[in-house]
Design a binder for this molecule. Structure first.
Ligand code: HEC
Length: 167
């Protein structure tokens, strides 16, 4: 064997030793991290992570949210706040694409002059336009799962944000 072969073998041994040390380190680290999470706690965490986003609320069934609302002296105010949030949420998900940007010639939220003439049609007509569609606007903004109430809340939200109200 020549001098060069010796060096190569020595380097190889060094590399393998380094890999083995790294592997042992990884094993110890994995053991350590694993021991940090108790199995019971881990399953609770997983259950929480994979739980449904919403829960079915049957009429008459005890509901923490409902109980809290009833217990609260400002029950009516919180209901109003909830409706407002809903309108905003519907708007963000189903209407913003056009009414936030003016796409397809949609009257923009906040554009008073674009809405003033339309407001005169009355809230019911505006809601009906949004439910059934009008020219470039698809029915329900293209989201057929929305209820008429959700559309109404979104229309109210748009008008309120624009500083207008329709009767
Ligand atoms: C694909 C684009 C688009 C989406 C999405 C959209 N709109 Fe529209 N919307 C329009 C356009 C365009 C008009 C103007 C229609 C016209 O008068 O020609 C309009 C008009 C309206 C009007 C006035 C109707 C009238 O009678 O003058 C209301 C109210 C309205 N939209 C509500 C909504 C609501 C609520 C949503 C969400 C659920 C929504 N829109 C989603 C494009 C859209």
């Amino acid at each position: 064997m020549s001098q060069g072969d010796d060096t190569v073998i020595r380097n190889l041994v060094l590399v393998i030793a380094a890999l083995v040390i790294f592997m042992l380190f990884a094993i110890v680290l994995a053991q350590f991290l694993h021991s940090k999470v108790e199995p019971a706690q881990a399953s609770a965490v997983v259950t929480q992570r994979i739980s449904a986003v919403g829960k079915v609320n049957l009429k008459g069934a005890a509901s923490p949210a409902k109980a809290a609302a009833t217990a609260s002296s400002a029950a009516s105010t919180s209901a109003a706040a909830l409706a407002a949030t809903d309108g905003a949420t519907v708007y963000q998900t189903a209407c913003f694409a056009c009414h936030g940007t003016g796409a397809a010639g949609a009257p923009k939220l906040g554009d008073k002059s674009a809405w003033t003439e339309r407001v005169k049609l009355g809230l019911d007509t505006l809601v009906a336009s949004a439910v059934n569609g009008k020219n470039a606007m698809p029915p329900k903004g293209g989201n057929m799962s929305l209820s008429e109430d959700a559309i109404r809340a979104a229309v109210n939200h748009m008008l309120r944000e624009t500083g207008l109200t329709a009767n």
